[in-house]
Write a protein that binds this ligand. Sequence first.
Ligand SMILES: *Cc1c(COP(=O)(O)O)cnc(C)c1O
Length: 470
Amino acid sequence: MIYTDTRDNSVKVDFKTAVMGGMNQKTGGLYIPVQFPKLNSDLLNKDPAPSFRDIAFNMAKPYVEGEIPDDDLAAIIQDAYPFQPKVVPLDSISYVMELFHGPTCAFKDFGARFMARTMSYFNRNEDTPLHILVATSGDTGSAVGSAFHGVPGLDVTILYPEGKISPLQEKQLSTFTGNVRALKVKGTFDDCQKLVKTAFTDNQLREKLRLSSANSINIARLLPQSFYYMYSSLVVRNRAAMDNKIHDPAIIMVVPSGNFGNLTSGLIAKEMGAPIEGFTAATNSNKTIPDWIATGDYNARPSVETFANAMDVGAPSNYERIKAMYTLDQVRQMFASYWQDNDGIMKSIKDCNDKTGYIIDPHGAIGWAAWDSIRSGAMNDLVHGIKNDYNKPGLTPNIPCWAQKVIDKKAVGVILETASPAKFGSIVTEAIGKEPPMPSRLEEVMRLPDRAIPMENDYNKFKEWLLANL
Ligand SMILES: *Cc1c(COP(=O)(O)O)cnc(C)c1O
């Protein structure tokens, strides 16, 4: 597969260059494949759906063709995915796609574990370590740290905004040993991301250290996230006839979004033939993308803190990929977009539990709120000219091409549950008056000692530290 660059489509690189470089240093652009080959129709039409790993292998194959032989790819997939997504029905037209059954209990395990194994594969003949720098608003760091921990030849430094992530998330980040460490930065997630981005464009630093990224800008994180969209859309398509007597429903993927890596992966799955009709982009008060969809103006801004903190992103990196793949008009056709403030998040956690019995986390809760609003009349209002003020929580005023299918009750919503509710235990407990069950792998991490290293929000200090310690 050939990969090009969002800022210069004359760029042509192979998978290894795209993965190991993270982004194109020369242009500052992000890599994307020049095409998205359709999954073969035998797999697409299979009922029951193929296994998750079968789908993963067959979707990954064209992107690594000529660079990773089939046997090695199969081993990578096998090793990366001892867990899989789980599709849970909420009611007759709503499903949850649970993406938190990996080691760190958030969807980022899917991307990080594939990326770690492909990087390790490409690094196998090198004799200097590859240094991964990663900025995290919560779940990225632990997924990446866990995915790379103990992998020879690779070394990981995680930057997170001190005090701005949940205590459990902080514990998950700050307790690594060996080749993985965390810096707690006095600043926001955007500050952390800026430190990392500045390091990548610092030639003096790059002469001394081989650097790579692991944020959702890396194509090796983005591609594997498309596997679970494909898998879940096939599962839902096959069982919807039983659950709700809708044959061939219009499947709407409802995606709690921050940096928009997850949603971009959904777009890739759709391009590859997944039976997905459209998307709902659900954000917290960091509504840069909903504002863009509503007004046509894209204004990156500083992030604000919310209860859904893994989505506290004011300048979503993958906007650049979405823009490279589609026009604004196409985006408005394909997407509904919805945002919710902190009050709304608390109400939605409770509302979901009251109506369905399901315990949802603060990120997934915005997805639930979006879908529940869409199917309970908000889309009908839009179609009939009653437009929502997009400055208030709710849907943006664009009417996606699938709106009528929702009104005609031919659509089902699949809400991506991006983290286990136990990772946000105190918020969830406050919302519903009972504690979500705690997976044992989270209980274990709470008992480990904290090893995070304090860091100023100052590029020169950060650089000094890197040079002295790596
Ligand atoms: C990272 C994260 C998100 C946002 O995903 P993006 O790919 O950045 O849009 C949503 N929910 C949780 C729990 C996350 O960890």
